[in-house]
Design a protein around this ligand. Structure first.
Ligand code: ADP
Ligand code: MG
Length: 348
């Protein structure tokens, strides 16, 4: 053991950046998530996602959103630059955009080779920018349609340890599919397509209703078994709406993967909500079987915390019991109206 093995030293900037990047960009699906959020925040009506080999070899996201001029795109790829909030007060009042940390483009570019082609709406000039490992290597004027295309090649090329931990193509693609599916379901007014190795996986129409998005994503059989949930008597004044679709108790799967929950338009992983859904079915569900559910909750942003992790998927509730009860009741109500259960109170 050398004498200074236990010495405390400051990490160099490069290392600090790569550690921070690892928090945001865990795998190809995290890149897809951040880029789709940017396209949605840019007011896109069409978003196409195309990936190669589970995203490890290539990810391309194209949108018809507001785009950026050269100045804006140069700023956008720097650390902590965002057009979405000014200061912490904007956060307290509840953010209307999906992004706000201003770190995604920068951190993704730090661990990949990125090309951005973008042109503002009504702008007469497009810009193409190449970045490698966080360094801009080329900027030029480019002919391109309005909107933005972001292409990622060789993800984690400069962080071999992380690249080595990527799972199989099938597993990585599965994560991407899950992410894109959630955004497609949460945004039925946006036409979202997903391609893997040049084959279309699904395409939503963007015509605006949840039923048609479910049809595009999950297929006819599931779509036809769906029952709609509309806000019944909500006890809590913090919840303003509970809506969505749930499947017939006999249309189930063996994983909880198809229980999708959204709060104020944002997909969240919330155990409390998943349990509340399952609980509502009571003994109508066979053992270890889970329904399809798309649950959209509108809650006062002041009574939840979605900012518990950079990946922003977890959520905490001030009044978890109240939320659970409201969800279970709304689903019981829907099952009761459909004649699938007989009483309001769940058994057991
Ligand atoms: P954040 O989304 O948290 O603001 P990002 O690093 O993801 O941070 O993006 C930085 C900025 O780049 C955004 O605030 C936005 O102004 C701009 N931007 C990113 N992607 C797009 C896009 N697809 N279309 C238009 N502007 C974009
Ligand atoms: Mg963003």
């Amino acid at each position: 053991m050398s004498s200074n093995e236990n010495a405390i030293t400051a990490l160099d900037t490069e290392t600090v950046r790569q550690i921070a990047a690892g928090e945001v960009v865990e795998r190809p699906a995290s890149v897809v998530k951040e880029l789709i959020e940017n396209s949605l925040d840019a007011d896109a009506t069409r978003i196409s996602v195309a990936v190669e080999s589970g995203g490890a070899d290539g990810i391309r996201i194209r949108d018809d959103g507001i785009g950026m001029d050269e100045d804006a795109v140069q700023r956008a790829i720097k650390e902590h630059t965002t057009s979405k909030i000014d200061d912490i007060n904007d956060l307290a009042s509840g953010v209307g955009t999906l992004g706000f940390r201003g770190e995604a483009l920068y951190t993704i570019s730090a661990v990949s080779k990125m090309t951005i082609r973008t042109k503002p709406r009504d702008g007469n000039r497009g810009t193409e920018l190449h970045i490698e490992g966080g360094t801009v290597v080329d900027v030029e004027a480019a002919g391109c349609p309005e909107g933005t295309v972001v292409e990622i090649r060789d993800l984690f090329f400069n962080t071999p340890a992380r690249r080595k931990f990527l799972k199989t193509t099938a597993t990585e693609f599965d994560h991407i599919n899950t992410v894109v599916t959630h955004y497609a379901l949460a945004n039925p007014d946006v036409a979202i397509t997903l391609e893997h190795n040049d084959r279309e996986v699904f395409a939503t129409t963007g015509r605006g209703n949840l039923e048609s998005a479910v049809l595009s994503v999950y297929g006819r059989e599931v779509a036809e078994s769906m029952i709609s949930i509309t806000t019944g008597d909500i006890e809590s004044d913090r919840i303003t709406a509970i809506e969505g679709l749930i499947s017939h108790p006999e249309k189930t799967r063996s994983t909880r993967q198809y229980l999708s929950t959204f709060i104020n338009g944002r997909y969240v992983e919330a155990r409390a909500l998943r349990e509340a859904i399952i609980n509502a079915y009571g003994d109508q569900l066979a053992a270890n079987r889970y329904p399809f559910a798309l649950l959209f909750l509108d809650i006062d942003p002041g009574s939840i915390d979605v900012n518990v992790h950079p990946r922003k998927m977890e959520v905490r509730f001030d009044n978890e019991t109240g939320v659970r009860d409201a969800v279970t009741n709304a689903i019981r109500e829907a099952l009761l109206s459909a004649g699938l259960i007989r009483s309001r109170a769940p058994r057991g």
